[in-house]
Design a binder for this molecule. Structure first.
Ligand SMILES: *Cc1c(COP(=O)(O)O)cnc(C)c1O
Length: 364
């Protein structure tokens, strides 16, 4: 379905990245650095740290989730083990361009497709991983997929997983209970009252990092995925093509309406002839004030308007020890001026129109 070689199932996207980096570190012990976008999931930074490797940040380009390629060119050298182009919000990053820059230095390209299951990705990089965590589309509450274009590398990834991933049945039992709970609540009212209620309380108290779930633990759970949860995932795969088709159509219709508003930038893939997916729609406002005004009206509503990661990586205090302290102006600006609108099929047309009106009021 994904037009990729077979992949291995892991207990999370982060675990998939840990397996990939551990494999590469064994292959290239003299390359200690991993380059990641300065605006990405904090778990990516924690996975690199977990593997005893060092983080190098690349700023974002202007008005995009993708790399600033001028900056990327400056920070490449033989000491770099891997680069992670990241398909944020289901939008496709320019992996071919990264690959061309990386090859002369013997750098491995790992596509972070955690938010892009079903998009046209994984073809140009050396390694690709997806996340099957709750909230990212097809889910087994926590899970991941890992694959490589080269068959030898794919086999090595499997061998590493056998070496470093323990059974830990109690961890898996906890995940099964969490998955059953999530399934029981998987309807507009359940999610609204249980998950939404907690989030709204945190937003109202100003605990933004906690509200969006950016406050991750330094210890990364690594364990086997049970046959039971594998079966849940297999059944979910049957529904995925239709789900992607419906959400794609909804996103394209709604993006058209958003494009009619002035001063609004819709963050999307740079090229039109590739297939993206839309777990949510990313918007960038001209100023932080406008973004905050819109969120003040909508964040506490049940309409699924929120932020992605609260900060660029240098601005998370809890990551200070592992992130180089250089300022990343475009990434910081992206964090300050972007918001997300859910692309859930449960967001009705009426609700979307209400969101549009609030945005319109503040961009005019
Ligand atoms: C969620 C996410 C990850 C980690 O995936 P998990 O399955 O939650 O461990 C990695 N990268 C990005 C961009 C993500 O959004």
């Amino acid at each position: 379905m994904l037009h990729l070689p077979p992949m291995q199932l892991t207990c999370s996207g982060t675990a998939a990245l840990v397996i990939a980096l551990t494999t590469l570190k064994q292959r290239y012990p003299h390359k200690p650095y991993v380059i990641i976008p300065a605006y990405t999931c904090p778990l990516v930074a924690l996975a690199i740290h977990h593997c005893g490797l060092k983080i190098k940040l690349c700023d974002l380009g202007h008005n995009t989730f993708d790399f600033d390629f001028e900056h990327l060119t400056q920070i490449l050298d033989e000491q770099v083990l891997a680069i992670l182009p990241t398909h944020l919000g289901g939008q496709v990053a320019d992996v071919k361009r990264v690959k061309a820059l990386a090859t002369p230095y013997g750098i491995t390209v790992i596509e972070d497709a955690a938010q892009a299951l079903g998009a046209d990705v994984g073809q140009s990089g050396d390694i690709v991983f997806y996340s099957l965590a709750a909230g990212k589309g097809l889910t087994l509450f926590e899970g991941g997929l890992l694959g490589a274009s080269n068959q030898n590398l794919a086999i090595q990834l499997q061998e590493t997983a056998q070496q470093i991933i323990p059974q830990r049945p109690f961890f898996e039992a906890k995940r099964i209970i969490e998955l059953l709970g999530y399934t029981a609540l998987y309807n507009p009212f359940g999610l609204h009252f249980v998950y939404g209620q907690v989030r709204r309380r945190l937003v109202n108290r100003g605990q933004l990092i906690e509200a969006v779930g950016d406050d991750f633990d330094f210890s990364i759970p690594l364990h086997h995925v049970s046959r039971f949860r594998q079966n849940v995932a297999t059944h979910a795969v049957d529904r995925l093509p239709e789900f992607l088709q419906q959400t794609r159509q909804q996103a394209l219709t709604r993006i058209k309406q958003l494009q009619d508003l002035p001063n609004l930038h819709i963050v999307s893939s740079n090229s039109d002839n590739i297939t993206a997916v839309w777990p949510f729609i990313m918007l960038k406002l001209p100023t932080q004030q406008q973004r905050d005004n819109i969120l003040n009206e909508l964040w506490a509503s049940p309409f699924g308007v929120s932020r992605l990661f609260i900060y660029d990586l240098p601005n998370y205090t809890y990551l200070n020890a592992i992130i180089p302290p250089h300022s990343m102006p475009n990434a910081a600006n992206f964090a300050q001026t972007m918001l997300t609108i859910t692309n859930s099929l449960w967001l009705t047309e009426l609700q979307f129109q209400q969101i549009l009106r609030v945005i319109q009021k503040h961009v005019n």
